[in-house]
Design a protein around this ligand. Structure first.
Ligand code: PGA
Length: 251
């Protein structure tokens, strides 16, 4: 009943030429994929060309970040409406690299999420604990707080366009994937907290992606977990054949 959502996150990789070459190769490889939502979060400079080239395909294009204001003196920032204008239909908010290197907090994640939803974007809100937090036994508390504060003030109606990505920071780009059981455990915590805050129907319908060293070799067992509804993938989403294998995880 929850359509799986496989999404690439290109981070600071790919020029426009590289992005278009990827899309040209990938679109045919995923054209036959059924009952799966397919996205690529890409660098801002590539979004317009990518979104134009992706029109008519089953791949949607999104931003990796946005600001919460509509416009203003915020050098280097991009508003949700600017993403919409160039053809992005979704945006990542609160990725751990944004939290770690660019000072993003649960409070700014909340403001960005609300602003992006108001602009009509689908939002993928990223949460996850660091290695130190996991080792200190704080995983549940950290993730619950990220959900409570990050989603504070949202209404049940907002969840039609909201996805949560659980990405344990220690598993991102490290080759260390959470075991399916570890992912499932935290995904269940997230769904339980969303049920507490927004009610069971909202929680049951919410897609929760796993992210952190997902690759063609492990995607199937991760996707088999009852509370895992998709994947947010960095490294393994940079090559068309690997990306297509993730999308076609059932075969
Ligand atoms: P990874 O990155 O797949 O390279 O671990 C995931 C992410 O950061 O979204």
């Amino acid at each position: 009943m929850r359509t799986p959502f496989i999404c690439g996150n290109w981070k600071m990789y790919k020029t426009v030429a590289e992005a278009l070459a990827f899309l040209a190769a990938a679109k045919d490889l995923v054209a036959g994929a059924k009952e799966v939502e397919i996205g690529i979060a890409a660098p801002a400079t590539t979004l317009k060309s990518l979104a134009d080239a992706a029109r008519g395909t089953n791949i949607k294009i999104g931003g990796e970040n946005c600001h919460w204001e509509k416009e203003g003196a915020f050098t280097g920032e991009i508003s949700p409406a600017m993403l919409v204008e160039v053809g992005a239909s979704f945006v990542l908010v609160g990725h751990s690299e944004r939290r770690q290197y660019f000072g993003e907090t649960n409070a700014t994640v909340n403001k960005k999420t609300k602003a992006a939803l108001a602009a009509g974007l689908q939002v993928i809100v990223c949460v996850g604990e660091t290695l130190a937090e996991r080792e200190a036994g704080q995983t549940r508390a950290v993730v619950v707080e990220q959900i409570q504060k990050g989603l504070e003030g949202l209404g049940a109606g907002d969840f039609a366009k909201l996805v949560v990505a659980y990405e344990p920071v220690w598993a991102i780009g490290t080759g260390k994937t959470a075991t399916p059981a570890q992912a499932e455990e935290v995904h269940a915590v997230i769904r339980g907290e969303v049920a507490n805050l927004f009610g069971k129907p909202v929680a049951e319908a919410l897609r929760i992606q796993y992210g952190g060293s997902v690759k063609p070799e492990n995607v199937k067992e991760i996707m088999a977990q009852p509370n895992v509804d998709g994947a947010l993938v960095g490294g393994a989403a940079l090559k068309p054949d690997s990306f297509a294998k993730l999308v076609n995880f059932r075969s």
